[in-house]
Design a protein around this ligand. Structure first.
Ligand code: DAH
Length: 422
């Protein structure tokens, strides 16, 4: 497995090629079809691998979290190109799950896609390891603003126990952990979750074993955030019920940040079918998945998610491996605002519009807002007006340049969305 990973990491640096018939990425070529919706701008992101640059905030958080899981095997070089089986079917997603929609997911073709979460590698990694971490770039079609970006990074973790001895093994492990760290008292955790028919124990599981696994999961993750937020005196953490196709019961962890509860991670007791498919029917285990940008925005005080992708030295030279330092803002370049109005049609989806904006403007598109909409009283046609805020993180943009981009956007919107400009 290590071999496969290493080869992928090097191959991923080669520039992707995209034609109407095929897409080459990571040194492999895939035929396109009617599902194909990846764009050159998105494919270019697969070459960056921010989580492998030691002085990048994403990699710093990754390394800090992994110190909480010292004997876990850490996979961080899986290719982002996966099958729909790995990303969805293997994880018990229903056939009509909304995550599969072409408006939400980037497809190379009907069967091949860019992973939408690190869970896509759970099964493969679990066939090899009982304690594992997976860190990777993940891709989702989304809106455009300071906290949404179509590429972000996740870390997945899982730990498996022998079902027969789980209760005793976990009791000993937690006791040893508390004795050696002594830090558990300083975290303020609320957990009012209960096992309900909506968030049930799996029939195949023994109740005591399942509860022990849940305790171990929450204990391990409480310790992890405590270490990560060591400088924060009164860290407030809470656990709430959640729902994922691949775990039951499931929970989310939230932390209180600037007066708001912020979702940090999803987790739960792994569906037993997944363990069976991994060749481990006699194990029981937990898994979690967390978003690294979310934590980096909070810990480093970074105001805009696009900064992670900046090549500006004023950003990059602020950080050092293993250190959390507050980001010092540098002056922003001026923004340039443009509006576009058109009659939409029944196939119109905002994500498709945002995709075209990203495609023609790249990272210069800072924000896209629906400014106005109305339905014509006679024709019943719906008119929309979007406001686009263009700004570069690295340089001054000129009005001439933005006018050209806006003109290109107007052409592409008509061509690809079959709408009528107003
Ligand atoms: N894959 C989920 C997401 O992207 C996060 C997640 C939830 C991962 C629960 C897990 C898990 O491993 O057990 O939203």
């Amino acid at each position: 497995m290590e071999q496969i990973q290493v080869r992928n990491a090097a191959a991923m640096k080669q520039p992707p090629k995209i034609t109407s018939e095929s897409i080459t990425v990571g040194g492999k070529t895939y035929a396109t079809d009617t599902f194909t919706n990846v764009t050159p701008t998105i494919l270019e992101k697969t070459t960056r691998q921010l989580h492998l640059i030691p002085s990048h905030p994403i990699a710093i958080i990754k390394d800090l979290i992994s110190t909480s899981f010292p004997d876990f095997k850490h996979y961080d070089k899986f290719s982002p190109v996966v099958t729909t089986k790995e990303n969805f079917d293997d994880l018990c997603f229903s056939d009509d799950h909304p995550g599969r929609a072409v408006t939400d997911t980037y497809y190379l073709n009907e069967k091949i896609m860019l992973r939408t979460h690190t869970s896509a590698h759970q099964l493969q990694a679990m066939t090899e390891s009982d304690k594992l971490l997976v860190t990777a770039d993940v891709y989702r079609r989304d809106e455009i603003d300071a906290s949404h970006y179509p590429v972000f990074h996740q870390m997945e973790g899982a730990q498996l126990f022998d079902t027969k001895t789980a209760v005793e093994d976990i009791r000993k492990s937690i006791a040893a952990d508390l004795a050696s760290s002594g830090a558990s008292g300083s975290i303020n955790t609320t957990d009012t979750t209960v096992i309900t028919p909506e968030n049930p124990k799996q029939d195949c599981h023994d109740e005591a074993a399942m509860l022990a696994v849940a305790d171990h999961l929450k204990h391990s993750l409480n310790m992890m955030v405590r270490r990560l937020f060591a400088h924060e005196k009164d860290l407030q953490v809470r656990w709430i019920e959640a729902q994922f196709p691949f775990t039951s019961p499931s929970w989310e962890m939230e932390i209180l940040y600037q007066g708001k509860w912020l979702e940090v991670l999803g987790s739960g007791v792994i569906k037993q079918d997944i363990l069976k498919n991994a060749g481990k029917p006699d194990k029981i285990g937990w898994a979690f998945g967390l978003g690294l940008e979310r934590l980096a925005l909070v810990l480093f005080g970074i105001p805009d998610i696009r900064l992670f992708w900046s090549q500006d030295e004023r950003f990059l030279r602020q950080f050092e491996p293993s250190q959390i330092q507050k980001f010092k803002p540098f002056s922003k370049y001026p923004a340039c605002i443009k509006d576009i109005s058109f009659w939409s049609n029944e196939n119109f989806h905002e994500n498709n519009f945002c995709e075209i904006v990203r495609d023609v403007a790249g990272d210069i598109a800072e924000d896209v807002q629906l400014l106005d909409e109305f339905v014509h009283p006679k024709t019943k046609k719906r008119s929309v007006c979007y406001r686009i805020n263009y700004r570069s993180m690295d340089r001054n943009v000129t009005n001439v340049e933005i006018n050209e981009i806006q003109e290109k956007l107007r052409e592409e919107v008509v061509k690809r969305l079959k709408v009528e400009l107003r």
